[in-house]
Design a binder for this molecule. Structure first.
Ligand code: GDP
Length: 303
């Protein structure tokens, strides 16, 4: 994880290369405080959270800046309402396993964010934890996406339900959810389309896919996880808000954290969307996907 977050860490250290400094020295120097503020803003932490973090640091009892900053960042990454340490943290701050609530996860997000790759990575994640997994190639609009999932399916040995090119994605999702139920498969991951040029149709399509999954499997409320590309920062967050209005999101996966110095975007995502971050992507390989745990994330970021 440290490697995957190196760009954001370097960025923070470059502008605030005094993380080990005595907190009193920082607080008595307005220039240092300003550098810290700039570093947080540059990492895409956002203005409201940055102001709160600085406030927390001012009243912190910790001895050095990095400890005070870690505490403030962790607080920002906890979903509102949950006290620190209550959200999914295993003893010792280890990453908890992340099981979907139910058997079906519908994956949404705009093209290019890494959605199909993330479906494959999740498939491997659950398979390695002894679960049976199935894919559904619900992006029938883009033939390449179906092919891509087909290649992953073969490589990982995970069955995939595919429709015909240009066919109805909801039909594929319905088939897949029905067959998941019949086979008793543990996890069904449904890839969906992400074309933005026909946004209205896309939103209707996603709504329909969600509806038919529920119809095929009424006892199982499907989860909806949105994949957000960290490189796109605020843009990705704004897109997520639009999706959230149409198909209420139950989780977020932030990809490409390895490719950006703006890893602080996780904070506005948690604050403004109010949806938990389930996993983070830190590379292109199947095992470059990790369950998100706020304390571990902050430790890797500052350590
Ligand atoms: P989709 O259009 O959203 O389905 O996107 P793809 O799954 O095809 O991924 C687009 C590109 O992003 C591919 O080259 C992936 O290998 C790459 N990608 C996905 N996740 C990550 C990640 O966490 N880090 C990096 N560096 N690349 C990623």
């Amino acid at each position: 994880l440290r490697g995957g977050l190196s760009k954001t860490r370097q960025q923070l250290n470059q502008n605030a290369g005094f993380l080990g400094t005595d907190l009193r020295d920082i607080l008595s120097n307005s220039e240092s405080l300003e550098d810290l503020e700039m570093a947080l803003l540059a990492a895409d932490v956002g203005a409201p959270a940055t102001a709160e973090i600085l406030e927390d640091i001012r009243s912190s009892k910790k001895r050095n800046l990095s400890e005070a900053l870690a505490e403030a960042l962790i607080l920002q990454l906890e979903p509102r309402g949950a006290g620190p340490g209550q959200e999914g943290a295993a003893p010792g701050g280890e990453r908890p396993d992340v099981d979907p609530d139910g058997h079906v996860v519908m994956m949404v997000g705009v093209n290019g964010v890494g959605k199909t790759t993330t479906v494959a990575k999740l498939g491997q994640y659950y398979m390695l934890r002894g679960k049976s997994v199935m894919f559904a190639a619900g992006d029938t609009f883009r033939a390449a996406a179906g092919t891509q999932l087909g290649v992953w399916s073969e490589r990982l040995g995970i069955p995939v339900i595919q429709g015909v090119e240009g066919g109805d994605p909801a039909a594929v999702a319905f088939d897949a959810a029905t067959s998941r139920r019949a086979r008793g498969t543990d996890v069904l991951l449904v890839d969906t389309a992400g074309r933005l040029h026909t946004k209205h149709d896309l939103m209707e399509e996603l709504r329909k896919v969600k509806r038919v999954i529920t119809k095929a499997d009424p006892d199982e409320p499907a989860e909806v996880w949105m994949v957000i590309d960290a490189v796109t920062g605020q843009n990705g967050l704004q897109q997520a808000k639009k999706f959230h209005e149409v198909v209420p999101l139950t989780g977020v996966i932030v990809t490409k954290l390895d490719g950006t110095a703006k890893g602080g975007i996780l904070i506005p995502i948690v604050r403004e969307l109010g949806v938990p971050i389930k996993f983070i992507g830190v590379g292109e390989r199947p095992d470059d996907l990790q369950p998100f745990e706020s304390r571990e994330f902050v430790r890797a970021l500052l350590g």
